[in-house]
Design a protein around this ligand. Structure first.
Ligand SMILES: Cc1ncc(COP(=O)(O)O)c(C=O)c1O
Length: 372
């Protein structure tokens, strides 16, 4: 199954003949969008995360944007999210004229710190976008309670966490909307694509309308009941998604094995390994991110590994320090010290379901000597 390579890539999708067969079937059917494959894919996503409804969309970003509409986020509102995430977690609020507010993270989980989140709530807060970063479930109980107490909508950015579980149930099984992403570096892929799962029929109907140019269930093709978007997922992508979901358990198990191998190989290397699961949190392995000791030049380590033919990435920069964020909101260093410290010391190693053990050994050896 494993394939040793010269240049070790950061990630790789797992595409097999079954995926090809499903995609070709749709191509030959001539029904490339709004056909029967989309709903089949949606039913499988919903079943995988124990949610009654699923709306497939063109990306995780599109899904997050539509969730801002579900929360009726608009001009003058604030949306709290994690600074230690991909920019889309915050951009979705900006698309609707709201201001992103960042609460600092827990250095262990790298997810929103519930206490810092509570402290960031103001009378203008409308929603919390809680991220399950690197597939590790966020503190859902505390965040759900905060939202209930303050009348906020909780949106879960589970884009990196398909298959993760919190307190024994899959993410997505809790009542609030959850957003999923299927870019090729994710656990499963549709090329580009995403989905929003919900437990509320009216939310689902609104999502179906918004992603399809604001058409109503009763509209004819050129009648539009509201301002919408083209955030549809096409049937070719959905077909690939079906192939991926058919083997999701195998993909997730293989990724878990690769992570366990890294844990062994890196046990004697001076880095902090990803947080292990506990009774409440079961990670779905998205990337393998290690934290270097303070004082080690992370970028120099990455350069050394690159010279050895090993791809790495500086996962993740803090969102509030991106140039457009600084310019627009005046954010600066020191505002979110935990996130900023993690951003300066964390890096992603090559990681995917079929990464060869020899390649992992090469990575471990190179990292050990780069740090020494
Ligand atoms: C945490 C998080 N949120 C949102 C997204 C956006 O997903 P997409 O790239 O499909 O728009 C991603 C994808 O990288 C992500 O990792």
């Amino acid at each position: 199954m494993s394939t040793a390579t010269t240049r070790i890539a950061l990630s790789a999708p797992w595409i097999d003949e079954r995926d090809e067969e499903l995609v070709v079937e749709v191509l030959r059917s001539g029904w490339l969008s709004l056909g029967p494959t989309g709903p089949r894919f949606e039913a499988m996503v919903a079943a995988a995360v124990d949610a009654p409804h699923c709306a497939a969309v063109s990306s995780g970003t599109a899904g997050l944007h539509l969730c801002m509409r579900l929360a009726e986020v608009g001009e003058g509102d604030e949306v709290i999210t994690s600074p230690y995430s991909f920019v889309a977690s915050a951009n979705c609020a900006i698309y609707e004229g709201a201001t992103p507010v960042f609460a600092d993270i827990d250095p262990r989980t790298l997810n929103l710190d519930p206490e810092a989140t509570a402290a960031a709530i103001t009378p203008r807060t409308k929603a919390i976008v809680a991220v399950d970063i690197f597939g590790y479930p966020c503190e859902l109980d505390e965040l759900t309670e905060l939202c209930r107490h303050h009348g906020l909508m909780l949106v879960e950015d589970s884009c990196e966490a398909l298959g993760a579980r919190y307190k024994g149930k899959p993410l997505g099984a809790y009542g609030h909307p959850a957003v999923w992403a299927f870019y090729p570096n994710k656990q499963m892929t549709t090329g580009e694509g995403g989905a929003v799962t919900t437990h509320d029929e009216s939310q689902h109907e609104l999502l179906e309308s918004l992603r399809n140019q604001g058409r109503l269930e009763t509209s004819s093709w050129l009648q539009h009941g509201r301002l919408g978007f083209n955030y549809r997922l096409d049937d070719i992508s959905a077909a690939l998604g079906i192939g991926q979901l058919e083997k999701l358990d195998r993909i997730l198990a293989a990724r878990r094995d690769v992570a366990a191998t890294y844990a062994q190989l890196l046990a004697d290397v001076d880095v902090e390994l990803p947080l292990a699961d506990d009774a409440d949190h079961e990670r779905s392995w998205f990337v393998y991110v290690v934290k270097l000791p303070p004082g080690v030049d992370r970028d120099a380590v990455m350069r050394t590994l690159s010279e050895d033919g090993i791809a790495t990435a500086p996962y993740l920069p803090s969102i509030h320090l991106q140039s457009y964020m600084r310019e627009r909101y005046g954010f600066r260093e020191g505002m979110l010290p935990v996130s900023e410290d993690c951003s300066s010391r964390t890096m992603a190693l090559p990681f995917h379901a079929r990464l060869a053990r020899e390649d992992q050994e090469r990575v471990a050896t190179a990292l050990r000597s780069a740090i020494a």
